[in-house]
Design a protein around this ligand. Structure first.
Ligand code: GLN
Length: 488
């Protein structure tokens, strides 16, 4: 098997047994990138020399017999809104086209300390706004499972890189689904951790009350390994908290909730069938499956599309043509601001800044922003109530498999709808993991029913209460181990 196809677990095993070196593993990944990335377009920047040096360092340590952790010597790709010192960090935006990261994000320092080899930065929707990676100012990324389809977004580059075996794992960020939805579209595992579990220091803020960083991996075990390496309270991010994890699940006694609102109109029949049959598999080992109701989830998307743009309009005010990146010379300060932002930001970013400025403005604040915050509380309470009756909730990650490139880009509402099942967990601060559970027979859920692109991945989303990551992982592992053959 080619080294680049290995999971973290297998690669770490091979490194420990000296079957190959970290340098060989790193070179295998770069040779795959050279073979496939011109077409797939997952990367915005490659750090080949730096990566080789990091790998050589690890090899020296291994040769000295030092005991290293599970991700030492393993290649990792980083979404381009997470700072890696000395590398360009664009967030997929023209306004930051030449911005050099002055320091490492906490997650990156943690990965580096654990010995991971940073191979490059991955493509994304501009400032993480989008569900298809088509909003990148630089290029489009294609879905390695079907090159006519989008990889999902906004962490589409990270998901595509993992799916195409151009890296062993990747980091992404998830504000409303941006790790889970691309993971689902590309057939990899994606975790959005509990809000506050992972430090966002060095992540370019999109919507601060929703953003979380998490792993995109080839297996559930790998997801757990990366999560273990990056979580934890960080004094540089005051929203990060010391973890208080729940115990792993005992599948025989697990109570699983199926929210009826997530199996309703808009869900493609093929996705529903595959997800329902995946969930039924848990009852083979004695888990109890029960229908539940999350009535306020119906308002989650509307609520998200008020809160998120409001926070976006505040967070993106810092890109003013003075402090960072692109700057247009004009006769006065206001015109510098206006010209730099006009030229530096793409349409979707400008749309959201305008919406957010409106919903925060005097006279509209109460009607929109404050109302949305109240609805957010109701959505959160729905989950709290449900978790008194069940341990985990399972839903599809996305209502359709990957859609075609260009299919939704002209229609923002259609694009927003692809996050209908992922946004509620961000509003409630809950952890959720997406893992492949089947394949579409007829394919893409694209405009033409019966379209030719069969075999696109379908994914199951496992949601738990705050700090239930160990529970989610154990349920996901159970499914992956027992039914792996069904999913690939
Ligand atoms: N697709 C959603 C949006 O466009 C979510 C983005 C994200 O999670 N970063 O806002």
């Amino acid at each position: 098997m080619s080294l680049n196809k290995l999971t973290i677990t297998k690669a770490a095993d091979g490194l420990r047994k000296k079957q190959f070196s970290s340098l060989e593993l790193t070179e295998a990944v770069f040779s795959q990138i050279k073979k496939t990335d011109e077409e797939i377009g997952a990367f915005l920047l490659l750090a080949e020399e730096e990566a080789q040096n990091q790998a050589k360092e690890i090899d020296k340590k291994l040769a000295r017999g030092e005991k290293l952790g599970g991700i030492a010597g393993i290649p990792a790709a980083i979404k381009d809104n997470i700072l890696v010192k000395g590398l360009k960090c664009t967030a997929g935006s023209k306004i930051l086209e030449n911005y050099l990261a002055p320091y490492d994000a906490t997650v990156v320092s943690k990965l580096k300390e654990a010995g991971a080899v940073i191979i490059g930065k991955t493509n994304m929707d501009e400032f993480a706004m989008g569900s298809s990676t088509e909003n990148s100012a630089f290029k489009k990324t294609k879905n390695p499972q079907d090159l006519s389809c989008v990889p999902g977004g906004s962490s589409g580059g990270s998901a595509a890189a993992v799916a195409a075996n151009e890296t062993i794992f990747a980091l992404g960020s998830d504000t409303g689904g941006s790790i889970r939805q691309p993971a689902a579209f590309c057939g990899v595992v994606g975790l959005k951790p509990t809000y506050g579990a992972v430090s966002r220091f060095g992540l370019m803020a999109m919507a601060s009350s929703l953003d979380q960083i998490g792993p995109l991996t080839k297996s559930v075990e790998d997801s757990q390994i990366v999560f273990d390496a990056i979580y934890g309270k960080d004094r540089l991010d005051s929203t990060s908290v010391a973890s208080k994890f729940q115990n792993p699940a005992d599948i025989g006694n697990l109570r699983i909730g199926l929210p009826k609102e997530y199996f309703a109109q808009g869900l493609e029949p093929e996705v529903e069938k595959s997800v329902r049959s995946a969930i039924e598999k848990f009852s083979d080992s004695g888990a109890k499956i029960k229908e539940i109701s999350l009535p306020f989830s119906e308002y989650a998307l509307a609520c998200y599309y008020i809160i998120m743009p409001s926070e976006v309009s505040a967070n993106l005010a810092r890109y003013d043509g003075i402090k960072y990146g692109l700057s247009k010379e004009r006769d006065n300060l206001l015109n510098v601001y206006l010209a730099s932002r006009q030229e530096g930001f793409g349409d979707e970013v400008r749309r959201r800044v305008m919406l957010g400025t409106y919903t925060l403005s005097a006279g509209y604040y109460d009607a929109y922003y404050l109302k949305a915050q109240k609805v957010r509380t109701l959505i959160k309470r729905d989950f709290e109530k449900a978790f008194r009756e069940v341990d985990l909730i399972m839903t599809p990650t996305s209502p359709t498999p990957a859609f075609k490139l260009g299919e939704k880009i002209e229609d923002p509402i259609k694009m927003y709808l692809s996050d209908i099942y992922t946004v509620p967990m961000n509003l409630a601060g809950l952890p959720a993991l997406s893992l492949p559970c089947g394949r579409a027979v007829r394919g893409s859920g694209s405009a033409e029913p019966g379209g030719s692109s069969g075999g696109l991945p379908i994914s199951l989303q496992i949601i738990g209460p705050q700090w239930s990551e160990p529970k989610i992982f154990s349920a996901a592992l159970y499914f992956e181990k027992k039914f792996n053959g069904l999913t690939s």
